[in-house]
Design a protein around this ligand. Structure first.
Ligand code: 1OR
Ligand code: 1OR
Length: 371
């Protein structure tokens, strides 16, 4: 290899990112031995990496999850290709056969249903009228311990919202998830027109609200599908979110709300209570801190970066103000409640930022006193 070509070696972004995260973790934890720590760190990183189901499955299992046997199931792959299956195009869908089913409910039943669907992220973007259709169309289903609600590989019939009960989720007989008296399941087969990706079994007796396939597709499909597709690129571009499984990233997409700010508008005010965090879809923002009588810019952030996470992690007021700069800024907003539900386990990653912020703050203070 000539010295000229060796000089042109490209350092892959992924390598940079992994080494940076490792260095931060090392500096934060300051272990006694770098090699021992590296072995432990990378072993854990490997173990936590989302798995591709086909790696551990038989041909039989692989075909369960996908229309194309060569393709790993979309919700389980860690590949950078489209997370949100393209197997189905809702725009071309004419699965609309008119009337939506109506299941009459007592006031008491309706009140319980409203309570159960309150936190269903998939319903977030629905108009009031659509929401009423959803409530009309849902019907109650009582379950006993041991009941199979869904079997992996079956065609999708219903989508379920949990009112009560514990439900265990299995893929290829391996336990992968548990629902505790809250949440929803059975949406994947209906959204992507695929066989059931997992088996869901009741651990206790419980109550479910079900919606049939036709109604789900008529009312929810287009809005949910569009939203997941819309945020796909953004969520794939945020390094921190690589720790999420694709399935969790899809839930995150359901929870996001788009917001736009004109050039110069204040998005966050230092000292305010926090209501959520932001991902930058388009444009740049300026992070500024109060210093004596003036506000000083401490950082500029752009597409794919995020802010407003600090107050959520520390449960303290906003540490800085954030403004839209250089034109209109498009943001995806995640409220505190959804943040805690979906990103809770990323708190450790986010906490590393605090150490960096604090270090910068100390450096800045030192520089100021030296001036
Ligand atoms: P469905 O219609 O395919 C089975 O029927 C349901 O199990 C599925 O919709 C989801 O609602 C639910 N991966 C795939 N499906 C899951 C998962 C899941 N968890 C719950 N379901 N993973 C767990 C993520 C924490 C990913 C495992 C690799
Ligand atoms: P928040 O919820 O406190 C303000 O609201 C946001 O500004 C904060 O979350 C961070 O997301 C973001 N120090 C504190 N907050 C910062 C900083 C920062 N940078 C961005 N934010 N420093 C700059 C580090 C490059 C340290 C300044 C001394």
């Amino acid at each position: 290899m000539s010295s000229d070509s060796s000089r042109r070696i490209q350092v892959p972004d992924e390598l940079k990112e992994v080494l940076l995260q490792f260095s931060i973790a090392f500096l934060v934890e300051q272990p006694p031995d770098v090699i021992d720590y590296a072995v432990e760190y990378f072993t854990k990183l490997q173990a936590d990496r989302p798995t591709v189901i086909t790696d551990q499955s038989t041909d039989d299992q692989a075909s369960v999850n996908s229309q194309d046997a060569d393709e790993p199931p979309v919700m389980a792959t860690s590949r950078r290709k489209s997370v949100f299956a393209e197997a189905y195009d809702p725009e071309a869908d004419d699965d609309d056969d008119g009337a939506t089913a109506v299941f009459p409910k007592t006031d008491e039943q309706r009140a319980r249903l409203v309570e159960s669907v309150k936190n269903v992220l998939l319903f977030r973007s629905l108009e009031k009228e659509q929401m009423n259709q959803v409530l009309d169309a849902m019907f109650e289903r009582k379950v006993q311990p041991g009941d199979y609600i869904i079997r992996q590989g079956d065609d999708g019939d219903n989508f379920y919202v949990i009112e009560s009960g514990i439900y265990k989720v299995y893929i290829n007989d391996k336990h992968i998830n548990t629902y505790n008296h809250t949440g929803l399941f059975g949406e994947l087969a209906l959204l992507y027109n695929m066989p059931r990706a997992a088996t869901v079994q009741a651990e206790t007796s419980g109550l479910l609200w079900a919606m049939d396939r036709q109604t789900f597709r008529r009312i929810l499909l287009k809005s949910a599908f569009r939203k997941r597709k819309m945020y796909e690129e953004l969520l794939n571009s945020v390094p921190m979110l690589k720790a999420l499984q694709n399935y969790e990233r899809m839930n995150l997409a359901d929870a996001l709300v788009s917001k736009s700010y004109d050039n110069g508008a204040r998005i966050i005010k230092q000292g305010d209570a926090a209501d959520g965090m932001y991902f930058i879809e388009e444009g740049t923002v300026s992070v500024r801190m109060d210093q004596e009588d003036a506000e000083v810019e401490i950082s500029q952030l752009g597409k794919g970066q995020y802010f407003g996470e600090l107050a959520l992690v520390t449960h303290r007021p906003r540490a800085a103000s954030v403004y839209a700069t250089g034109g209109t800024v498009k943001l995806a907003f995640l409220d505190t409640e959804a943040f805690e539900r979906i990103m809770g386990f990323l708190t450790d990653v986010l906490k590393r930022n605090i150490v960096i912020y604090e270090q910068m703050f100390t450096d800045m203070a030192r520089r100021n006193t030296n001036l």
